[in-house]
Write a protein that binds this ligand. Sequence first.
Ligand SMILES: [Zn+2]
Length: 730
Amino acid sequence: MRNQGSRFPRNPASRVQKVLLLATCAALGTSLIAQDPAPSARITGFSPATAAAELKLETQFKDAISSQRIRDYHRYFTSKPHPAGTTNDHEVAQYIAEEWKKQGLEDVVIRQYDVLGTRPVSTMLEMVAPKKYKAVLREQPYSVDPDTANPEIASAWIGFSTSGDVTAPVVYAHSGNPEDYELLRKNGIDVKGKIVLVRYSNPYSYRGFKALTAQRMGAAALLIYSDPAEDGYKKGKVFPDGPWGPESHIQRGAITYDFMVPGDPLTPGWASIPGAKRIPENEAVSLPHIIALPLSWHDAKPLLENMDGPVAPADWQGGLPITYRFAGSVTAHLKVEMDNSTQPYYVVEGRIKGSEFSDEWVLLGNHHDAWEYGGVDPSSGTASMMEMTRAFGAMLKQGIRPRRTLIFGSWDGEEVGLTGSTEWGEQFADELRTKLVAYLNVDSSAAGPDFHGGASGSLAPMLVETSRSIQSPAGGSLHDAWLKSTATERKEEHDAQPVNDSNVVNTRIGSGSDHTVFLNFLGRPVITLEFDGPYGVYHSMYDDFFWMNHFGDPGYKYHAAMSQLWGVTAMRLAQADVLPLDFEFYGDTVNQFLGELEKNKRFDPAKLDLVSAHKAAKELSSAASQTKALLLPSTASGKLDPHQLTPINQLLMQGEANFVLPEGIPGRPWFKHLLYSSRYTYAHLELPAITEAVESGNWAEAQRQAGILTRALNSETALMKQIAAQLQPK
Ligand SMILES: [Zn+2]
C-alpha cells in the first residue's frame, strides 16, 4: 500500500510513512536500501525494498483483524433469513453499503438489477395412496437455538420451480442422473408423467442437473430429499448435538440451468439495467420447465417405505432403516405456486483507488443473499469480508493506499443463478476485460478447519507463496496446514499423488459461485478460497449462528485467517512491481489437462491428434520460464526501470485473454474460456470444447477445437517473448 498524498492528514514521522517512503524510492529506482533482504522478505514480483515495505504493511493489516469483530458481524448477518428478492436481503445490502462508507471505502454504491426472480407463494405435498400422509415441509425448532423458532423461516421450496398441481405415482430414481433412469428403464419403469423422488449427492450432482434430466425424461415433477447417508446421522452427530443435518432439515436451492447461461434468464450476456432488452421467457434456456420441491428425510420416508415394487440395487440403498424400491403403489399430490416475476436484486460496490495504477483493478467479492440465515453460506464469508474491508479502510484513514485499485463487490442472488455478479460483470464487461488483474472469490469462508484454495493456472504459485505468510489457527503456517489437510483428503479419496506446492492448489475450476462471470465470460484470472469441515446443514435453517458457534468455527479464528489471507493476497496483487502471474506454471497446467483428456474413456488417439497442442503448451512453459529468468531477478534486484514496468504488466494482464474464444464453446456461447468450464452438474470441466466434442464422438470438431487451443497457446508464447524483448537493454 502506498501513501495517497494530500487527501489524508499525515504524520511524516510515523513508522508507516518511513516504510512508504522506502517503497516509493525503490519503485523510482533509487537505492535507499543497500542491505540484502532476509530470504523471508522475498516476495515474487517485488524488489527487496518493496517486499520489505509490503511485509510490514501486511503485518499491520493482519494485526488489525479481530475475530471478535467478525463474530459481531456474523451475528448481524445471521439475525434474519435473507434470500434474494426479499426486504431483509435489501436491508443487508443497505447495511453493507453504510458500513463500507463508515469504514472509509470510496465510491460506495448500490446497483439495482431488475431480474427475473423466484419466490415461493405456497407449497403442498401429500401422499394419497396407499395411505394418507401430509408432508410437514417445515424444519423443527430446538429450544437451545431460539433462531430455529423464527416464524420468518420459509417452508420447503426450490428456486425456479414452475407452478403446478399434479397427482401421480411416485418413482424413486436414486440421484436422478441419466444412468439412474437407464436402470429404471431396464427394469421396465417409465417415469413419464410421474413424480420422481431423488436424493441429493451420491455421486454429487447439482440439483439443476437433476431437474433438467427429470424434465428430459418427461417426469411431471421432481422431489429432492436429503438422505441421512449423505449429510445426516450416518455421518455423525446431528444438529443441535453435532454438525450434521437432523431429521427435518431441508436443503433449499435453485434449479436454474445456469450451466447454460448464468444471471438473469431474460438478459443472457448483457446487464439487466433499465431499458435493457429482455428476451421472451420461452426463449430463456436457463429456465426450468418442471415442478420441484426439496424434502427432509422425515417427509421422504413415508413415500419410500410404502413402495412395494422391485427392490433397488445395493448402491441405491440409503441411510434409512427401510428397503429402498424403484416404485409401486405410492401416489402423491403435489401443488406448488411460485412468484417467478421481475424482482430487484442489489449489488453493493465499494473501492479504494490505487495511488499509481488506478486503472489496474483487483476485485474481491462475496454474495450476501442466503437461503435462510446462511451461517456458513455465505454469512461466514460476508463477515470475513466486512472485517477485511474495515482493516483496509483503517489503513486508508492513515493515508495508506494501494498502488492498484481494490474493488469490493457484495453480490446478490448468487443462490438463484449467480445473478448479481453476472449482471455486474456483464454491465462493466469492456472495462473489466482490460483493467481486471484478478478476481478473488470467497463464498463460504469457514465451515471448519480444512483449507481449500483454487486458482486459474497463472495465479496458483502466488497463492501458495501467500499462504506461507498466514498463521494457521491450528498452529504453524497456513501453507503447512494446507499441505497436511490436503494429504489427508487425498488419502481418503485413494489418490496416491503426494501433495506438494505444485499440486496443492485446485486448478480445476468449475462453476457454482460468483467467480464464474469473471473467469468464463470475461476471461480474467480468479482465485477461490474456503475453509471446510463436516457440514450437513447446507441451505437449511440450521446453517445459522448457533451452528457456527458450536461446530463450524466457535472462536471465529478461521474466519479471521480468511480475512487475512484474502486481504494479503489482494495486497500482493495490488502492490507488486511485476504482477505475479506465472505462465510457466500455466503451460504445465494446460499440458496436464491435455494428458487427462487423453485418459478420457472416449478418447481415441487414432481420431484426435493432440501432439501439436502438447508441443505448444510445452513451448509456452519454456518461453515463460525464460521470460521469468530475465524478469524476476531484475525485479528482485530492484534494478528494473519503473518505466519498463507498466508495459510489462499490461502485457502480463493480456495473458488470460489469449484463452478467450469470442464465439464461446459450442452450444454455450456465454462460456468463452478455452481451458475452463463446468459440466451441467457444476463439476469442473477442463478444455470444455475439445472434451465435449470427444465425448460426443464429433472428431472433426474435436480436431478443430484442438487447433484453436494450439493457436491460443502459440499467442501466449509470443506474448512471453514480447515481454522478454522489453527486458533487453536498448
Ligand atoms: Zn454461497
